[in-house]
Design a protein around this ligand. Structure first.
Ligand code: PLP
Length: 392
């Protein structure tokens, strides 16, 4: 009898998510029969323009924004770069403000953008975080200056899931005349995202984190905010992002976001229950395991677990061989032998940081998958620890 292959378990939804069927169906015509240039005047072009305009209206409605305030980009990273570099450079041109604030656990898209600003002569403050990845509000308030142009802080951290109180921080920034950008890439579809409630001037999203396509993102830019574009060319996207729009991708982004929004409350509750079951199970069965940022307000679907005495890449590969896909630290830092900047920022001890694995659940995860991982994990962790002792 032929052995049936074991079904793989995907527990890496914070790295990316596959395009869901409804989204693919909405996108397909824009590769084929409707695949034209939205800037063309002819009927074909006007059809593409109508699809683009419709997607813009839908995403704006979902965020509580105006269609004109939506700028489509080629990724979440590009949206973050446009926000950070665009605002700072526009402010500097007016010779007004040359100070920018961000946080130590931001995604590299934001951290490397402020590195560029530093090289251009900007003053940059990187706010520290505590052991849960949280920023002290008093530290935040005291970092604000009269010359602060922009504060850029993520809504939800990609490695730990920690949430920042963005509305509160944005109000403080506005009192000092600074603009506020939030990287909401990991928060989309998980927590409410209304730009007025969040009080932000700029907000970045990336479609591939909520079952949309890769290579398409967007930046919300509050009316009246001046930005210096990063890409020069035609006047697409209100002159803020030149280049013929990826209509299929943008339709995919809007469709995926609407679906995520409609399912958000029930899906987040479902995932929180699964995540909690997983964490309780891990802590009960694996000595020397600790959940990072457990005391912080967190995303419902991310569990960052430090396995003391374990080499995370080795554990990741063992799990992969058993059919389970996870990340060590962040996907972007995977392959690097050093613990991630996020684990360093929360002061994770070296041995715990080196043994940290991120499990992130989503539409592809049910109770069976979680229980399967829980059943195999203790033995695999013991084996990886034993191997390290023998080799070490
Ligand atoms: N910001 C956060 C918090 C992320 O997790 C990611 C992706 O890993 C990004 C930004 C970058 O998004 P993209 O992959 O679309 O460039």
């Amino acid at each position: 009898m032929k052995a049936t292959a074991r079904k793989r378990i995907y527990a890496d939804h914070a790295a990316t998510t596959p395009v869901r069927d409804e989204v693919l169906a909405a996108m397909l015509p824009h590769f084929g029969a409707n695949g034209f240039n939205p800037s063309s005047i002819h009927a074909e072009g006007r059809r593409a323009r109508a699809a683009l305009d419709d997607a813009r209206v839908r995403i704006a409605r979902a965020l509580g924004a105006k269609p004109r305030e939506i700028v489509f980009t080629g990724s979440g990273s590009e949206a973050i770069n446009l926000a950070v570099l665009g605002v700072a450079r526009a402010c500097a041109r007016k010779q007004e403000r040359r100070h920018v604030i961000t946080g130590a656990t931001e995604h590299y898209a934001g951290l490397h953008a402020v590195d560029m600003l530093r090289e251009e002569g900007f003053d940059v403050t990187i706010l520290p975080v505590d052991a849960n990845g949280e920023i002290d509000p008093a530290t935040f308030a005291s970092a604000l200056r009269d010359e602060t142009a922009l504060v850029s802080l993520m809504l939800a951290n990609n490695e730990l899931g920690t949430l920042h109180p963005i509305g509160e921080f944005a109000a403080l920034a506005h009192e000092r005349g600074a603009l506020f950008h939030t990287d909401a890439v990991q928060a989309a579809g998980r927590i409410p995202l209304d730009v007025c409630e969040l009080r932000v001037d700029l907000l970045s999203l990336s479609a591939h984190k909520f079952f949309g396509p890769k290579g398409v993102g967007m930046l919300y830019v509050r009316s009246g905010t001046t930005l210096a574009p990063l890409v020069a060319g035609g006047g697409q996207e209100h002159g803020l992002r030149a280049g013929t729009e990826n209509v299929a991708g943008i339709v995919g982004l809007a469709t995926a976001f609407e679906l995520a929004l409609a399912e958000r409350v029930a899906e987040s509750e479902r995932l929180r229950a699964l995540r909690d079951r997983f964490e309780v199970g891990v802590l009960a069965t694996i000595p020397g395991a600790r959940v990072n940022a457990q005391g912080a307000p967190r995303l419902p679907h991310v569990a960052s677990v430090a396995f003391e005495g374990v080499d995370a890449p080795t554990l990741l590969i063992r799990l992969d061989l058993e059919g389970v896909a996870v990340s060590a630290g962040s996907a972007c830092a995977a392959g690097a032998s050093e613990p991630s900047h996020v684990l360093r920022a929360i002061g994770s001890p070296e041995s715990a940081a080196r043994g940290t694995i991120r499990f992130s659940f989503g539409r592809l995860t049910g109770m069976l998958e979680v229980d399967d991982v829980l059943a195999m994990l203790p033995e695999i962790v013991t084996e990886v620890r034993d191997e390290a002792t023998v080799l070490g």
